[in-house]
Write a protein that binds this ligand. Structure first.
Ligand code: AMP
Ligand code: MG
Length: 391
């Protein structure tokens, strides 16, 4: 692990090896969080017709102010029917078709109704009319390739009549925890055992990154067992192992991956926590060997795996998406490695937590930020500008 990669160099190495999975057609109702593989075009003009923005009366603006005869009714969901003649008004509801001949709507609040007539206040041409195609035109791009579909994009697509979109297939990710000491929550711990948490953490991260998580049972630190588990897991688009990539006698993951034909791209990143992170490839499968300490797993995922998953899905900007903020207190820098410190973000003020060791995952429960503290000498002062990631 002599030549530690910088975070930037390691990320570039990862992103350079992300193939795009094929696209598939997805119902817009199921497409939240998916990445568009092709631009989505409006199926119709929106609004599809000149429509009323108010409940009121469709009129010719030139006839207002004035007294007009009510000659009909236009309700939402129905064609306008009759054409408006000079001197007439047609009662209209919000979202209804503005009839031919009318060029404005007088809101009901600006009208006095007397028998079959109205006394209308003056309105400008186009007042309270939403013109056909004012939001989008049929054939226009509603959302471009590479965009992650969130609620607003999905609403826009549906409004423009798009029923299904071409999306990148969700990458399939296998999570393989390793370590003879690991037991699932809900069981009694025998001496020397700990609760297995990394697969729960990773499954949640994967889900939020658009991947399909397939979590395997923890493999014990035994060559034959681990080899078999790794071999099966290598069928995934992305394999995430946790533990067993450091320099201890039971750290078998790298050796076994090499035996199974995984080509090492790097091992070791100048980051704290998470230094012994491994990255390799076999065919189109990306393999991340995440160090077992839970905070190393958390950080390694956010720095490298989340961007890789975004790139695999063709995201225009795979991230990581750093925000900018200021330190609420001074922190000591690490001379050799960049730090990712768990912190509480309050607006753009970041308060690093006490207890930054990589096994202290429970303290991370209080954190909503990872602050990037670049390697260097001395301190970063209170108020210093920093980049940070939301977690
Ligand atoms: P390793 O990278 O295998 O040397 O593990 C480093 C530390 O992380 C050890 O204290 C392990 O017990 C712990 N650890 C490894 N895997 C997990 C896991 N899946 N869940 C929680 N802790 C783990
Ligand atoms: Mg281990």
């Amino acid at each position: 692990m002599s030549g530690l990669r910088t975070i930037e160099a390691a990320l570039a190495d990862v992103l350079a090896r992300c193939p795009r999975p094929p696209a598939e057609s997805i119902d817009v109702r199921d497409a939240r969080g998916r990445v568009l593989a092709a631009p989505a075009h409006a199926v119709s003009d929106l609004p599809p017709f000149d429509s009323s923005a108010m409940d009121g009366y469709a009129v010719r603006a030139a006839d207002t102010p004035g007294r007009l005869r009510i000659s009909g009714h236009s309700a939402a969901g129905h064609p306008a029917g009759v054409e408006l003649q000079p001197g007439e008004a047609i009662e209209i509801s919000t979202g209804a078709v503005v009839p031919a001949g009318a060029d404005a709507v007088v809101p009901v609040e600006r009208v006095t109704v007397q028998g079959g007539e109205i006394e209308a206040e003056g309105v400008e041409q186009g007042a309270s009319v939403r013109p056909r195609g004012g939001d989008t035109r049929r054939g226009d791009v509603v959302a471009d390739a590479g965009l992650v579909l969130g609620p607003s994009q999905l609403g826009a697509l549906a409004a423009a009549g798009v029923a299904a979109v071409e999306c990148a297939r969700r990458p399939r990710a296998v999570v393989l925890p390793t370590g003879s000491e690991l037991r699932p929550p809900g069981t009694e711990l025998a001496p020397g055992q700990i609760y297995e948490s990394n697969s729960v953490l990773l499954a949640a991260q994967l889900e939020s990154a658009g991947a399909v998580a397939d979590v395997r049972k923890p493999a014990v630190d035994d060559e034959a067992t681990l080899r078999a588990a790794l071999e099966q897991a290598l069928e995934a688009d992305v394999l995430l192992t946790s533990g067993g990539v450091s320099v201890g006698p039971h750290d078998l993951v790298r050796t076994l991956l090499a035996e199974l034909g995984v080509e090492e791209v790097f091992w070791g990143v100048a980051v704290r926590p998470g230094k012994p992170l491994f990255f390799g490839v076999r065919g189109t499968t990306l393999v991340f060997g995440l160090p077992g300490n839970p905070v190393s797993t958390l950080v390694g995922f956010e720095l490298f795996v989340r961007p890789a998953l975004a790139a695999l899905q063709g995201a225009a900007d795979p991230g990581p998406h750093y925000l900018s903020g200021r330190l609420a207190r001074a922190v000591t820098r690490n001379p050799a490695r960049d730090d990712l410190m768990r912190a509480v973000a309050n607006g753009d003020e970041l308060e690093p937590l006490s207890g930054q060791e990589s096994h202290m995952i429970v303290r991370a429960a209080a954190a909503n930020a990872l602050v990037h503290v670049p390697r260097g000498d001395g301190e970063l002062e209170r108020g210093a500008h920093v980049s940070w990631l939301q977690v």
